[in-house]
Design a protein around this ligand. Structure first.
Ligand code: AMP
Ligand code: GLY
Length: 420
């Protein structure tokens, strides 16, 4: 098969790494990819938000399957355009991608389907939103309705913080994404991510993970895209997973089908767990980053068969083969991230590291110049390892980290601490 993966981060590198191990994969192209994907596939320059360009490229290159990594092309209708052109695509339609692209939409679906989630209210005007905050008090959660690259959420512990977040949103800090605002009840508990393959009818749990969103050790400091992750998430016991499928996932999928926008692709349910019960925090319509990296490390080549089964509506008979293992990834980021950081620093030492089914350094923001591998983003490397226990996976991952020579980078030293 000829396979095209859209995206350029660690998520896409790990998808490519797993897919390339499957003998069904003949030719693999990443668009645009990064310095890591270049080593195991071809990179192609392509505007992945341009549905026509992606479809044209896929047809020209006789692509048999397109795997869409990030949410933005899905929200832009890239999967719809591919399917309309007869190209098999893994990822939801633009209509179904609204589960991530609009918080209001998701809350409406939850209400219609009886899915447990935080209480909420929707606002298009600052005065009414401010009055709601004054009446409710803190803690309270303020969210831009639309896609804001993971930055549109403020968990406000004080009323003043909540009001400042409203000023930002209605002041245009998030552009059109913040013209509508959702204000939510604050939920306490432990967060975990649950990944479910969906083919429009059937749903197959693919795995669980937990990530660390804060930049600092002990889960302190500013929010980031994720500083590390591990799989499985011990808090999501088999019993709790069954509960989530029954009370959250299946009712949502039924409501999406009823609305004429059945969901296909990977559904990422962000959950808050307290007192043995899970409530939905949010849906994403893609794999998590860096959660994908630990899932891929554990699943390996079978991922392609599972993705194909979802894209071809054959999930009913598909099975995930789980080993009794653990994976952990440490994000190495440029000093300063998530604030301002420098670009272009050289990274040394990667060539000497093992790359096998237990050790992989996935690239998130790198490019290869004539002389060196250099950092091009905030989150730059995902140092990932697998082990029989979480502690073993962690020790292996940090042993790799310690061999990487990149003075301009940093990482958290405590990834996995909650579970260890
Ligand atoms: P979201 O983009 O909706 O996942 O929000 C980002 C992060 O904000 C989540 O991963 C949670 O840590 C936190 N969060 C979002 N909504 C709530 C809520 N209602 N209660 C508590 N924390 C929340
Ligand atoms: N790691 C969180 C996300 O991908 O949204």
């Amino acid at each position: 098969m000829n396979i095209l993966i859209l995206g350029s981060g660690g998520r896409e590198h790990s998808l490519a790494w797993a897919v390339a191990q499957n003998p069904k994969c003949d030719r693999l192209i990443l668009a645009p990819g990064n310095a890591g994907t270049e080593a195991l596939a071809e990179n192609a320059a392509l505007d992945i938000l341009d549905a026509e360009a992606v479809t044209g490229f896929a047809v020209e290159n006789a692509i048999d399957l397109v795997i869409v990594g990030p949410e933005a092309p899905l929200a832009a209708g890239v999967a719809d355009a591919l399917r309309a052109a007869g190209v098999l695509a893994f990822g939801p339609s633009a209509g179904a991608a609204r589960l991530e692209a609009s918080k209001t939409f998701t809350k409406q679906v939850c209400d219609a389907a009886g899915v447990p989630t935080a209480g909420w209210a929707h606002f298009t005007e600052a005065a009414a939103a401010r009055a709601h905050v004054a009446a409710t008090g803190a803690p309270i959660v303020i969210k831009a309705d639309g896609l804001a690259a993971g930055k549109g959420v403020t968990v406000a512990m004080t009323e003043a913080e909540a009001l400042a977040a409203l000023d930002d949103m209605f002041g245009g800090a998030y552009g059109a994404a913040g013209a509508e605002v959702v204000i939510e009840e604050f939920m306490a508990g432990e967060e975990a991510s649950f990944f479910i393959l969906c083919d429009g009818e059937a749903a197959l749990p693919l795995g669980t993970a937990q990530d660390h969103k804060r930049a600092g050790e002990g889960d302190t400091g500013p929010n980031t895209g994720g500083m590390g992750a591990y799989s499985p998430a011990p808090v999501l016991t088999p019993a709790l997973q069954a509960q989530v499928m029954e009370t959250i996932v299946r009712p949502t999928l039924a409501e999406m089908a009823r609305r004429g926008t059945p969901y296909t692709g990977i559904l990422y349910a962000g959950l808050m767990i307290a007192d043995g019960r899970a409530r939905l925090v949010e849906y994403n319509v893609r794999f998590g980053d860096p959660e994908c990296q630990v899932l891929m490390m554990r699943l390996g080549a079978q991922v392609l068969d599972l993705i194909l089964a979802a894209a071809e509506h054959r999930l009913e008979t598909a099975q995930v083969h789980w080993a009794d293992d653990h994976a952990l990834t440490v994000v190495m980021a440029a000093r300063g991230y998530p604030g301002a950081y420098g670009k272009g620093s050289a990274i040394h030492g990667l060539d000497a590291l093992p790359e096998d089914s237990h050790h992989m350094v996935f690239h998130a923001g790198t490019t290869r110049t004539e002389t060196a591998l250099t950092a091009t983003g905030g989150r730059v490397l995902n140092v990932t390892a697998r082990g029989a226990t979480l502690a073993e996976a962690r020790d292996r991952a940090y042993a790799l980290v310690d061999r990487i020579d990149w003075p301009e980078g940093f990482c958290r030293r405590d990834i996995g601490w909650r579970a260890l």
